[in-house]
Structure formats: structure tokens, C-alpha cells
Design a protein around this ligand. Structure first.
Ligand SMILES: [Zn+2]
Length: 639
């Protein structure tokens, strides 16, 4: 589809959340780490209820979440949680280091830093925080991101605490792990200045890169998350949460524009058909169990067997519309199903545009239509559930269907991995923040600003220049390096090995080799930065050849130490190189004496390399051969 986004009035704003690399959590002194394996943990349950904000309004979204009556079960691994995560002890003073990193980003964007940071509470409605709110701190306001050909406004930079991790969901129970709760996050929000899907991706990649250039962010899946605000002319501002991969941002925007356009087309079509809102809202919900009771359909049989009934509602003038695709693989009927699921907790809906299907016959469909009084232009939605649930679900379906006459509802949606989105909840009102009284305000001091200045990400163009002129990296490698997720490690090691090991080898290892291993399916996250450094140490001292790096790292990913990996691979270290050279010289001593030591280099080198190729770097061998031959010559010259 060729779309002129400018003409559609597309406006996109991004909110980037990135975990910071710090020594402690934001409001306690626990280690900011995730616990994957089963380990000692405390388990407790809570039910959250919405808190009245200062404005005296109860957040509608919070209220509905609470109405659903969920119970939250928290797993608190002892290694990285304390009473603060359990909300049984007040928060400690805020982590200053996190604030300094945010100040560095504020400086990079020329964002106006506040004099005093106040901790605020932002209501959380899904149980992902034990306290019922997330603590957040505004660090700076305004500023800009210069893309070269365009400037994108920065609205705010905040530091906030990450939420608990959802690990399971069963009926009315939601299970969370508390290890992630309290890990410091920076939140960078742009103005809605972005005008195309590609530009959204470009901005996200650029901000992600700048964050990595501070060297103080975490990496790996889930450490960076983006929210987007997307709107088009005549549509509505849709908030999309939780995009975990930067490279699908363009898709997410593209699909959301598609959805809003389709919803606007549906609105026009319904108006053309002469539909009125009340025509939908006044439709009665009918119990049609008597029609379906002898159905051969497996899903109907299964539902009736567990005591559910079949309920249906007529959607006047909706024939053909329920089956209209609004995003790849998602129809208008899917949008209705999302509402039924959210408001009533039902598994899904069945609508007339998709029938006959699921073993429900044409005859049954006709009978339902007759019972509901459906004409040619009318559609219906059926729900298989207990009476109360079914009625709630169909009320939600009616409300959403009636809204189709207005166009695009204001919603918070969640991103699916393929870039499409699903309804998450209604957009929360503005009454969401109130001050945290347990943590005193933080005054920004001169020494904090000085530290921030040092951390400020360098300008990418200047950085590439530095890598090329000082560290002799070819341009393409320098460019690759500054876009790498492992930039921090690469930069540190390039500086460390300067003059000892070629920067190209360092960057190839940290950037290319690790990525190639990842593509092979190797769990590179098990290779710590320290192990990578240890392997490069061995290469720098000549213990192993650079060609052996991928093999050694493969073994390290399996849990071996670098030493074990080298041994298992049959790689030789430096002392052995000398021994191999001595052996070859001994074996060929007659020939060498005849030629003279000086002219025997090629001979010895060839034979040694035949034994050590791929295991030891050629340069190291050459040095050992030269040394051995020189000694031989000196011995021969002695009286
Ligand atoms: Zn803690």
C-alpha cells in the first residue's frame, strides 16, 4: 500500500524506556538483577484497589481493572528483593547514579534540567507494582534531537522504577516476580513531531544508540521498551504499549494507521447505511441456548457441557463489516472480541460474518437470525458463557459497535510481536499523578552536573572520527561499532588494547562474532563481558590465534571457563609454540646448518605452521621462529 502519511496528518510521539546499568535499585539497595532459576523466594498475595487521586477522581481504567476482581501473587526472590519491593517498608533515598545518567541524556538533548527533583506516584492498575503505583521523577523538560535533516522535539526525561515481571496468569490469579521491580529506567518522551513510520524507527534507533553511547544502559531482550502515540486526521490518539524490538516500530505505526483508516471507512459506511447509535444500544441480549442445544459444533457442545449458555445480540446494518480486516489477520470482529474479553473475561465471540464455521451449520445460523429478527443488512454476535458473563460481554460488544459511528475510540493497545496491536484498556484519564511523601526531593548539585557532563554521549560523527584516527578502525567498522548493542564493551576494550591488539580484531569479536554466534542459535547472553575480555587477553598475549575466538566463545557459552575451552579445543599456548619450534629445528638441524640459520626461516616457518595453523597466530609463530634461529646462530658463532 502506497500511503501519503503527510496528507493523512500522521502524528507519532515516542516514549522510550531503557533500563540503566547501576549498582542498586532506584529506591532500595537490592541488586538490580533478574533471577531465572528457581530459588529461595517469599510468596504473598494482594488484591489492589484504586486509590483516589488528589483531584478526587477515581481513574476509570483502575476502577475496571479492580472490578474484574483479580488477585495478584508475588514471588520475591530473596537474592534481589527486600521489604521495599514488598511494599512493607518505605522507599529509601533515590539512587543518585541513575539521576546522573538521566542528566547526561538531558545535556545531550539540550533539555532544561529542573532545580529540584520530586518523586511522584503514578497509578498502576495491573498489579505490576505491589504498592499500586509507580514512582517517577521528572529530570528535565524540552530539548531536541537533531536528525541532521530534521529536528524532533523532546518533551520530558524522567527516571522511574521498572515494574514487576508477569510470569503467569490463571483465571483470576496473576503471578508476578519482583526481581525486576525497582530497576531504574530512563524514560525519554518525544513530541508528536514524527510524520512517517520510517521516521519513527529512525528516531527510536537514534535515541537507543545515544543511550548506549553513555555506556550505562542494560542490554538484552526486555531492557528497552517503547510506547507510541499514533494519530491521524479524523482518528484518535492511540497509545501503543510495550514494543520490545526497535526494528518493528515502522510496522507498528503502519498497521495502526491502517486500522484507523479502516475504522473511518467503517464509520462512513455505517452512516451511509443510515445506522443510529441507539439502534445498536437498544438491542436486547437473547438467550438462544434452545437453538444451539443440539448443535454438532464441538465448541458449542463443550461450552454447554460445562454449564454455559449461548447468548446473542443483533448488530443492525453490520453485515459484512464484522469480517472487514482492520490489520493483517485482525478483523473488526476481533476488535469486538477484545472488548468482550476485557470487560467480561470471556474467551471470545462468534459473529455472523464468519459463519457457518466451527461446526455451526447454515440452518442454525438462519434460526438465530430469525430469532433475533435479522434482515439482509444485519449481523449478530454470539457468546458462549455463563449468563452474567455473556450479558456483560455482549453489552461491551454493543458499546464498541455503537462507537463505530464515531470512528476511532481512544484506547491503550498492546503491541503483538508481528507489529499488529490488541486492545489493552481504555485510555486512562489525566488524574494519575500525586506526590510521593516518603522520599525527600533531590536538589541537583554542581558535582552531579559535572559527572553528567563526562557521561554525556559523544556526537556519533565525532566518535567515528576518533575511532578512525586514534584507533585506526576502518570507517565501516567504526559505524558498525557505534550502532552495536555492545558499544560500551567494544569501546572500553578498543581503548584497553590500544597498541597491543588491532582494534579491528576487538570490534570483529565484540560486534560481529557475538552476533554471528547468536544467529547460530548460541546463547550469547551467557558469555559475560569479562569472559570476552579474557579471550581477547589471550589473543593479545599470543596464547591463542584470533581464528580460534569463535570456537572458544562457543565453549564459554556452554559454561566452560576460557582455560578449559582452550584445553578442550587442543589449542596450544605460547610455551608450547617455542617447544614446537625447537622440535622442528632439531629434526631439520642438518638442513639448517647447511643453509645457515638466517636463510632457514622459510623452511622452519613452513613446517611449524603446518602443525599450528588455525591454533596459533602466524605472527606469534614467526616471532618464535626468528628468536630460535637467532639463538642458534649465536650459539654457532660462539668459540
Ligand atoms: Zn529491595
Amino acid at each position: 500500500m502506497n500511503i501519503n502519511y503527510e496528507e493523512l496528518g500522521l502524528k507519532v510521539g515516542l516514549e522510550i524506556h531503557q533500563q540503566l546499568k547501576t549498582e542498586r535499585k532506584l529506591f532500595c539497595h537490592c541488586r538490580p538483577e533478574l533471577v531465572e532459576e528457581e530459588e529461595e523466594a517469599d510468596v504473598f498475595q494482594r488484591r489492589l484497589r484504586p486509590v483516589r487521586s488528589e483531584l478526587g477522581e477515581v481513574d476509570i481504567a483502575a476502577l475496571f481493572e479492580w472490578k474484574k476482581g483479580r488477585t495478584y501473587v508475588y514471588h520475591a526472590p530473596r537474592r534481589c528483593t527486600c521489604l521495599v519491593e514488598a511494599d512493607e517498608e518505605p522507599p529509601h533515598e533515590a539512587d543518585e547514579d541513575s539521576i546522573i545518567i538521566a542528566l547526561a541524556m538531558a545535556k545531550a538533548f539540550d533539555s532544561k534540567i529542573v532545580d529540584e527533583i520530586h518523586v511522584m506516584r503514578k497509578m498502576v492498575i495491573d498489579g505490576s507494582n505491589t504498592s499500586g503505583f509507580q514512582r517517577t521523577m521528572l529530570v528535565s523538560l524540552g530539548g531536541e534531537l537533531n536528525l541532521g535533516d530534521k529536528v524532533i522535539g523532546i518533551e520530558t526525561i524522567c527516571v522511574e522504577e521498572d515494574a514487576a515481571r508477569k510470569i503467569d496468569e490463571k483465571e483470576r490469579l496473576t503471578f508476578y516476580k519482583l526481581d525486576r521491580l525497582g530497576i531504574p529506567l530512563i524514560e525519554i518522551a518525544t513530541s508528536p513531531d514524527i510524520r512517517s513510520p520510517q521516521e519513527a524507527k529512525r528516531v527510536a534507533l537514534r535515541i537507543g544508540q545515544m543511550l548506549r553511547l553513555t555506556g550505562r544502559v542494560r542490554r538484552g531482550l526486555g531492557t528497552i521498551r517503547q510506547d507510541l502515540n499514533v494519530s491521524i486526521k479524523g482518528g484518535a490518539k492511540t497509545e501503543i504499549k510495550g514494543v520490545q524490538k526497535l526494528d518493528i516500530i515502522d510496522k507498528v505505526v503502519e498497521y495502526e494507521v491502517m486500522r484507523q483508516l479502516k475504522l473511518l471507512e467503517i464509520k462512513e459506511e455505517l452512516i451511509r447505511r443510515g445506522l443510529k447509535e441507539e439502534d445498536v444500544l437498544k438491542q436486547p441480549i437473547m438467550d438462544i441456548t434452545y437453538i444451539m442445544k443440539d448443535s454438532e459444533s464441538k465448541i458449542v457442545k463443550r461450552a454447554l457441557k460445562r454449564g454455559a449458555g449461548a447468548f446473542a445480540v443483533k448488530l443492525p446494518k453490520f453485515a459484512g463489516i464484522l469480517g472487514t480486516e482492520v490489520q493483517p489477520g485482525r478483523r473488526f470482529g476481533t476488535e469486538l472480541a477484545d472488548y468482550a474479553r476485557f470487560w467480561a473475561g470471556v474467551g471470545g465471540i462468534i459473529h455472523s460474518d464468519e459463519l457457518p464455521k466451527y461446526g455451526i451449520t447454515e440452518e442454525e445460523v438462519d434460526e438465530v437470525k430469525r430469532a433475533l429478527g435479522c434482515g439482509e443488512e444485519d449481523a449478530f454476535v454470539m457468546v458462549l458463557a455463563l449468563g452474567d458473563e455473556a450479558r456483560k460481554a455482549l453489552e461491551a460488544v454493543k458499546e464498541r459497535a455503537a462507537y463505530a459511528l464515531k470512528g476511532v475510540p481512544e484506547e491503550t493497545r498492546a503491541a503483538n510481536p508481528d507489529g499488529t496491536t490488541r486492545f489493552l484498556r481504555p485510555r486512562p484519564g489525566s488524574a494519575r499523578m500525586y506526590p510521593e511523601t516518603d522520599v525527600p526531593p533531590i536538589v541537583i548539585r554542581e558535582d552531579m552536573l559535572k559527572k553528567a557532563e563526562k557521561l554525556k554521549p559523544k556526537n556519533p560523527i565525532e566518535l567515528i572520527q576518533e575511532l578512525m584516527s586514534v584507533y585506526k578502525l576502518p570507517k565501516d567498522m567504526a559505524e558498525k561499532m557505534i550502532s552495536s548493542v555492545r558499544f560500551d564493551l567494544a569501546y572500553r576494550l578498543v581503548k584497553k588494547y590500544h597498541g597491543k591488539l588491532s582494534s579491528t580484531i576487538v570490534v570483529r569479536t565484540v560486534v560481529d562474532t557475538l552476533r554471528e554466534l547468536e544467529r547460530e542459535g548460541i546463547e550469547v547472553e551467557k558469555i559475560s563481558d569479562e569472559r570476552v575480555e579474557e579471550v581477547l587477553d589471550r589473543v593479545a598475549e599470543g596464547s591463542i590465534a584470533k581464528e580460534a575466538i569463535p570456537d572458544v566463545l562457543r565453549k564459554v557459552a556452554e559454561g566452560k571457563s576460557v582455560g578449559e575451552a582452550i584445553k578442550e579445543l587442543g589449542l596450544v599456548d605460547k610455551i608450547d609454540v617455542d617447544a614446537v619450534v625447537r622440535d622442528i629445528i632439531k629434526e631439520n638441524i642438518e638442513e639448517i646448518k647447511r643453509r645457515g640459520a638466517e636463510r632457514s626461516f622459510g623452511l622452519v616457518m613452513g613446517k611449524v605452521m603446518a602443525k599450528l595453523r588455525g591454533k596459533v597466530d602466524g605472527k606469534v609463530v614467526a616471532e618464535a621462529v626468528r628468536k630460535a634461529l637467532k639463538e642458534l646462530e649465536e650459539d654457532a658463532g660462539r668459540p
